[in-house]
Design a protein around this ligand. Structure first.
Ligand SMILES: *Cc1c(COP(=O)(O)O)cnc(C)c1O
Length: 343
């Protein structure tokens, strides 16, 4: 049976070119700093994102958690968007690992502004925790791949600098953001002190993310990476795929965005489904099923019978993510499956 898997871009498999590069990768012990392929990836990543230094980490979650550990001190408070990955999906690591408490703020479709953040920054008062970090997420996963515009990034970063509070960007899908904004990732990452981005999602590497920042920050983060058990040895075999992810896979994300648009507009034409057009931006689509008579579980089940996989987000919302293994024909197939179900 044909399978069209929209559950996430994390399901992408390494390309032939990646597998070949992995096979041929020169390796060494990266804890000794002797893996040439890791060193090459970290240099390339730092250069691409416009930061002094970069660190290869096993997952995006570890990259974000290292940023929290490195920027903050125990007992501080950090400002986060209410549906951000760091708050929602990192197992409470901010409290467990860094001893932080969260100051949750509300974004408009995941997008924050300086006014909201200004109100959330703690003033000097003996009773208050100190605000230790501001976290942003671009693109915003739970908002449906929505992009924070550059002027918003800039105004927030300026405010943070005035208050001497560092900004960490969860840029798991920063290349999707730069594709949508038609800018360089550097133009986004210049408005933060540190940034994490994933090689393993839309860019198809099998494992790994990058944490980037200034040299001192990365040096400190590297020690924490070791502490968490993330010091890997001949990891160049993974970095080889990461290098191809950065050099060859970023330019094609525009196709994923085109496919998502086709899916979104096709679904919008189906009775009972209404898509918020403003949120059709990158490769993630949240679909509200309320007016279809189905709840998420039953709809996901009906689609699955025909080989179309999506993720339940809540009782009436399911998520579709487009990626390397989904093409235009798969979108047509999916629209036909959904039309059949709703007829
Ligand atoms: C996927 C993701 C991460 C990290 O994911 P890992 O599965 O740990 O690699 C972090 N932030 C956002 C917004 C994500 O979508």
């Amino acid at each position: 049976m044909k399978i069209v898997d929209f559950r996430s871009d994390t399901i992408t498999k390494p390309t032939e070119e990646m597998r070949k590069a992995m096979y041929e990768a020169e390796v060494g012990d990266d804890v000794y700093g002797e893996d040439p392929t890791i060193n090459k990836l970290e240099e390339l990543a730092a250069e691409k994102i416009g930061k002094e230094a970069a660190l290869f980490v096993p997952s995006g979650t570890m990259g974000n958690q290292l940023a929290l550990l490195t920027h903050t001190e125990r007992g501080q408070e950090i400002i986060l968007e209410e549906n951000s990955h760091i708050f929602m999906f990192e197992v409470g690591g901010l409290a467990f690992l860094s001893g932080l408490q969260s100051k949750i703020v509300k974004g408009e479709d995941g997008i924050l502004n300086s006014k909201v953040i200004k109100e959330a920054i703690r003033s000097k008062n003996i009773h208050f925790p100190q605000t230790g970090l501001i976290c942003l997420e671009n693109t915003h996963n739970m908002a449906g791949g929505v992009v924070t515009p550059l002027n918003r990034m800039e105004e927030i970063f300026k405010l943070a600098q005035q208050h001497r509070i560092p900004v960490h960007l969860d840029g798991a899908r920063i290349f999707n953001a730069s594709t949508y904004l038609d800018c360089d990732v550097k133009d986004i990452a210049k408005y933060c002190d540190s940034v994490m981005f994933c090689l393993s999602k839309g860019l198809c590497a099998p494992v790994g993310s990058i944490l980037a920042g200034d040299k001192k920050f990365i040096e400190k983060a590297k020690k924490f990476r070791k502490l968490l058990g993330g010091g890997m040895r001949q990891a160049g075999i993974l970095a080889a795929a990461g290098i191809i992810a950065l050099e060859k896979m970023t330019h094609r994300l525009v196709k994923d965005h085109e496919n998502l648009r086709k899916l979104a507009f096709g679904l919008d034409d189906i009775k009972g489904i209404n898509i918020d057009k403003d949120k059709i931006q990158t490769n993630i689509l949240m679909v509200n099923l309320k007016d279809t008579g189905y709840n998420s579980d039953s709809f996901v089940y009906e689609m699955k019978k025909e080989g179309v996989l999506a993720t339940k987000i809540d009782e009436h919302t399911i998520r579709f993510v487009t990626h390397y293994h989904i093409d235009e024909k798969d979108i047509e197939y999916t629209l036909n499956v959904i039309k059949r179900i709703l007829n």
